[in-house]
Structure formats: C-alpha cells, structure tokens
Write a new protein. Structure first.
Ligand SMILES: [Zn+2]
Ligand SMILES: [Zn+2]
Length: 133
C-alpha cells in the first residue's frame, strides 16, 4: 500500500489543541483547588497559582488575570477558566452569603424569612423556619 497517498482522517473541528490544553489545565486547577477558589468581590475571584505559591485575582467580568502567564490572543487564561468553573458549580446561600456547591444547598419551599426557591446552606437551613420538600 502506498502510504503517501493515504489521506489523513479529517481532524475533528473544534478547539485548537493548544487551546484545549490551556482550558484543560484550568479545569484541572479548579478540581484540585475547588475549596480555595473563592469569590472575593463582585466578579472578582481569587484563584491559587498552579505552582502552589500565592493566588491570582481574576476578574470574570473582563476575563482578565494578572498572572505572568501571557495568554495568546484567542485563548483563555487557565485561572479564568478555573474561576468560571467554580462559579458555575456553586451558588450563594441566601442566609450567610457564602458560596456552596449546588448539591450542598437546600431549596426553600415554605418560609416566612426566605423566598420560595432561595438557596440555603445546611447550617442556615437548619437554623431557619424553611421547610423542605
Ligand atoms: Zn492567570
Ligand atoms: Zn448559609
């Protein structure tokens, strides 16, 4: 068989491999340091550095990160990816205002203090009059 004439299988369309790698590094960072990635102000998240020294303050509104990793145009900084990931996996407790994983939060059913559909962390829920289905 003349291998030179064999066409390569079509590359799957989608993310450029380098982009995927940076994106994957961000996801890995998020999973590894989930509890350390915290919202410090509106749109502002603190993400620990992958090397373990210090943290970077990411702005999710502008999608910017002050870390020294110069992200090429068209790619997303891995700390921004990590912050976005944690943001998507968590929600704010209507009681204490801290963020918790969705599965830890209880949805308010009947309460004089909270609105129906509000989310409460187990501690706030236990100390409230909120019923649960
Ligand atoms: Zn960064
Ligand atoms: Zn709470």
């Amino acid at each position: 068989m003349d291998t030179t004439s064999v066409a390569h299988p079509a590359q799957p369309k989608g993310l450029h491999p380098a982009k995927l790698t940076r994106f994957k590094r961000g996801l890995a960072l998020a999973q590894e340091h989930f509890e350390e990635i915290t919202r410090v102000a509106p749109w502002t998240w603190s993400v620990p550095s992958a090397t373990g020294s210090g943290a970077h303050t990411v702005n999710l509104k502008t999608g910017t990160c002050p870390c020294p990793d110069r992200t090429p145009a068209g790619e997303v900084d891995k700390h921004v990816v990590a912050a976005k990931y944690v943001k998507s996996k968590t929600a704010t407790c209507s009681g204490c205002g801290d963020r918790f994983r969705h599965r830890e939060l209880v949805e308010v059913q009947e309460s004089l203090t909270y609105f129906e559909g509000d989310l409460l962390c187990p501690e706030c829920w236990a100390g409230s009059d909120a019923g649960v289905l």
